[in-house]
Design a protein around this ligand. Structure first.
Ligand SMILES: Cc1ncc(COP(=O)(O)O)c(C=O)c1O
Length: 400
């Protein structure tokens, strides 16, 4: 078995240095707990960046994967396989029916697929110039080139110019700015219901409802990126289901769809889905039987364990605890989020130090920018675990 020191040495020598990794080697997980190479236990508040909603090493997912890998791993999208169409049926039902789905391998690929589908729709609808997509400032839609162009974060984009054309960005929750940005060449507006990588910033309910109305009036598609908010992270199965009168034309998914295995999906209304013809899009691996079996087991367990309800209760406990800490001068200036997608804005730019000290205390936390701490624990985390998170954070904040 490898050790942390050996992993660091090999990584430094052979892995491209594109991550500032934390000094820990996780070797095992169970529910909301992680264990390192020395057997030390941690409470996980990152969930692999929101990808393990059911908790680590869930037995139903493990069993589904084990069964499928001994049966058939891969034949490609040229053929029918078990689990793919069944999973599409489930996703369509969860999204409200009248839709079709296709699969990808990641969130960025779901973004790419949604953009290609929206462009196909726009060109057929209004001609060759109807290809532009409006997204929000501070949004995050992935790291591939078009997904990066859609992302509203210049700092992540600048080094990779020229990015694909056809994207503009507007301030979130400003409907006037969106009205001004959408024109005859706009095929879609793409938003995260709650911006995740941008610091856990929710769309206001009135704003998202107004966006839906604007898209209807101007004949423009509404794409909701639920890569991070999906699968009960915020309470309902999809975050849009917590907003009155908001249903997307295209929904993008990934992260927790198969509880940490690499799969994404794009779910579009029947009419929009009809814009793709054979040959327009594809992937060697996407929709393979192993990840689809894992996704079906994940969705079944999320429902069986009633994790939507658990998320609401645990999220309320976490947010209340953080607000209480803010009131007692622990250095938290604002608490944002819904369900178990929560951020604490710190009064000083010490988020990275807080995350490092928390790790040393056995709490796995993620910092965003200089002053935001994000909490994305597995939805299975217990009240006692939430209290441990709060207690450890309080001690760490006072120390830092
Ligand atoms: C909202 C959103 N969209 C897209 C992505 C990209 O997903 P992936 O890293 O799987 O490409 C992310 C990743 O954090 C995300 O949060």
């Amino acid at each position: 078995m490898s050790t942390l020191q050996e992993a660091i040495r090999l990584d430094d020598a052979y892995h491209v240095g594109m991550y500032a990794r934390k000094p820990v080697l996780f070797v095992r997980g169970e529910g909301a707990r992680l264990f390192d190479d020395a057997g030390r236990e941690y409470l996980d508040c990152v969930s692999g960046i929101g990808a393990v909603n059911l908790g680590h090493a869930h037995p139903a997912v493990a069993e589904a994967v084990a069964r499928q890998v001994t049966r058939l791993v891969h034949v490609s999208n040229l053929y029918y396989v078990e689990h793919r169409a069944e999973l599409a049926e489930t996703l369509v039902a969860l999204a409200g029916g009248g839709r079709k789905a296709f699969f990808t391998n990641s969130g960025a690929e779901s973004t790419e697929g949604a953009i290609k589908l929206a462009r196909r729709w726009g060109v057929r609808r209004r001609g060759p110039s109807c290809v532009n997509v409006v997204t929000a400032e501070r949004s995050f839609h992935g790291r591939t080139l078009a997904a990066l162009a859609a992302t509203g974060q210049p700092a992540k984009q600048e080094a990779f110019a020229p990015l694909p054309a056809g994207f503009s960005h507007v301030p979130l929750n400003d409907i006037g700015a969106l009205e001004a940005a959408v024109d005859a060449d706009t095929c879609a507006v793409m938003l995260e219901p709650i911006q995740g990588e941008g610091g856990v910033r929710p769309c206001d309910p009135e704003y998202l409802a107004a966006v839906r109305r604007l898209c209807d009036e101007r004949d423009v598609l509404l794409v909701l990126d639920e890569v991070q908010t999906g699968f009960f992270r915020t309470g309902p199965c999809f975050a849009f289901q917590g907003y009155d009168g908001v249903v997307p034309d295209i929904l993008t998914l990934a992260k927790s769809l198969a509880n940490g295995l690499p799969i994404g999906a794009v779910v579009a209304t029947d009419e929009v889905a009809g814009s793709f013809a054979p040959g327009d899009h594809g992937s060697t691996f996407a929709g393979g039987p192993v990840v689809c079996a894992a996704a079906r087991a994940t969705i079944e367990a999320l429902h069986a364990e009633e994790l939507g309800m658990r998320t609401r209760l645990a999220g309320a406990r976490l947010a209340t605890g953080l607000r209480d800490m803010a009131a007692t001068g622990a250095g938290i200036s604002e608490v944002r989020g819904t369900g178990l997608m929560v951020a604490a804005e710190l009064s000083r730019p010490v988020a990275a130090q807080v995350a490092s000290s928390a790790l040393a205390e056995g709490l796995v936390l993620n910092s965003i920018g200089d002053s935001v701490i994000r909490f994305l624990p597995p939805l299975v985390c217990s009240d006692a675990e939430i209290d441990t998170i709060l207690g450890t954070l309080d001690a760490v904040l006072r120390e830092v």
